[in-house]
Design a protein around this ligand. Structure first.
Ligand code: MN
Ligand code: MN
Length: 285
C-alpha cells in the first residue's frame, strides 16, 4: 500500500475502530479514449478538504463518524494484478464488518470490489452499459465491468441507471436491466429510481458510480464523456433513496488531467454524501 498525498477529510480513524474504510485504486490501464484516471484517488482526497464537517440537510457531523483512509494500492502492471490485489484488500474490509469506499481509477476496479462482497445486487450509474464480454481482447476492461459483475452475482442482480451509450454488440446479446437517461429526463429521478430499487431482488446493494453517468456539464473531468447525462442533484437523490440498503460504494473514472477541478470536488462531495446518508439510515436497522 502507498500513503495518499493527502488523507480524505475527516478520515482520522484507524482501521480497527472504523465504520468506513476508504481505499484508492489508482489504475487506468484499460481506459479506451482519454487516460488520467489513475490520478483520481488523490485528486478526490485533496478536493474533500473544502467542505464543512457538518452536513446540515442530514444533521450529521462527519467528525463523529469513524472513517479510515487506507491509502492507495500500489501501481500495478496488469488488469489481472489489479483485480487480485484489490479483491484481497476489499475482502479484508468486508470481513471486518466495515463499509468499503473505493476511489478510482478506471471503472474496472469495480470488478474485484463486487467479487469481495457477499450476496449483493449491483446498481451502477453510468453513461455506458459496460456489458461487453471483452474489449481489445481484454475481459477485465472498463467496458466489461457490469458483465463481469453479472458473472459474479447473476445478470438478474445488476442494474444500470443513466445509460445513453449501448454498442450494437451489447444490443444483440442478453442485456441486463437498465434505465436510460432519456427515460429519467422524461419521468423524473424519483419515479425511475424507485422503480430501479424495486427491481433489485437482493436487499443489500453495492453502488458503483462511473462519474461519466453525470453530465459532462457537471463532471467534465472524465475519460469517456457523454452528453445528456444526469445532474449532480439527481445522483444525490439516488444516494438518499439507496441509503438504507447500500453496503459498499465506489466512484470511478475521475480524470484530473481533463478536469477544471469541479469533477473531483463533486466526487468528494458524493463520497461525503454516501457516508452521511448511510451512517444515518443504517443505524436504524
Ligand atoms: Mn462510463
Ligand atoms: Mn463505466
Amino acid at each position: 500500500m502507498e500513503p495518499p498525498t493527502a488523507r480524505f477529510a475527516f478520515a482520522t480513524a484507524d482501521f480497527e475502530e472504523a465504520e468506513y474504510v476508504i481505499l484508492g485504486v489508482p489504475f487506468d490501464l484499460t481506459t479506451t479514449f482519454r487516460h488520467g484516471a489513475k490520478a483520481g484517488p488523490n485528486a478526490i482526497r485533496e478536493a474533500s478538504h473544502g467542505f464543512e464537517p457538518y452536513v446540515f440537510e442530514h444533521d450529521v457531523l462527519l467528525t463523529k463518524i469513524k472513517v479510515h483512509d487506507a491509502g492507495n494500492i500500489e501501481e500495478l502492471g496488469t488488469p489481472a494484478d489489479m483485480v487480485r490485489v484489490t479483491e484481497a484488500e476489499v475482502t479484508k474490509i468486508v470481513e471486518a464488518g466495515k463499509f468499503p469506499i473505493l476511489l478510482g481509477g478506471e471503472h474496472s476496479i469495480t470488478i474485484p470490489a463486487v467479487r469481495a462482497m457477499n450476496d449483493v445486487g449491483v446498481i451502477t450509474i453510468d453513461a455506458h452499459l459496460d456489458f461487453r464480454d471483452e474489449y481489445d481482447k481484454n475481459y477485465l476492461s472498463h467496458a466489461c465491468v457490469l458483465r463481469r459483475n453479472a458473472d459474479r452475482v447473476g445478470i438478474e442482480n445488476v442494474l444500470a441507471y443513466g445509460i445513453r451509450s449501448i454498442s450494437i454488440e451489447e444490443k444483440r446479446a442478453p442485456m441486463p436491466e437498465y434505465i436510460d437517461a432519456y427515460t429519467i429526463h422524461d419521468e423524473g429521478v424519483e419515479k425511475t429510481f424507485k422503480k430501479a430499487l424495486n427491481m433489485m431482488k437482493r436487499e443489500d446493494i453495492y453502488f458503483s458510480l462511473d462519474i461519466d453517468g453525470i453530465d459532462p456539464a457537471f463532471a467534465p473531468g472524465t475519460g469517456t464523456p457523454e452528453p445528456f447525462g444526469l445532474s449532480s442533484i439527481d445522483v444525490k437523490k439516488c444516494i438518499k433513496m439507496m441509503g438504507p440498503r447500500m453496503v459498499g460504494f465506489d466512484v470511478t473514472e475521475v480524470s484530473p488531467p481533463y478536469d477544471n477541478g469541479n469533477t473531483a470536488v463533486l466526487a468528494a462531495r458524493l463520497v461525503i454524501e454516501v457516508i452521511a446518508v448511510t451512517h444515518k439510515l443504517r443505524k436504524k436497522r
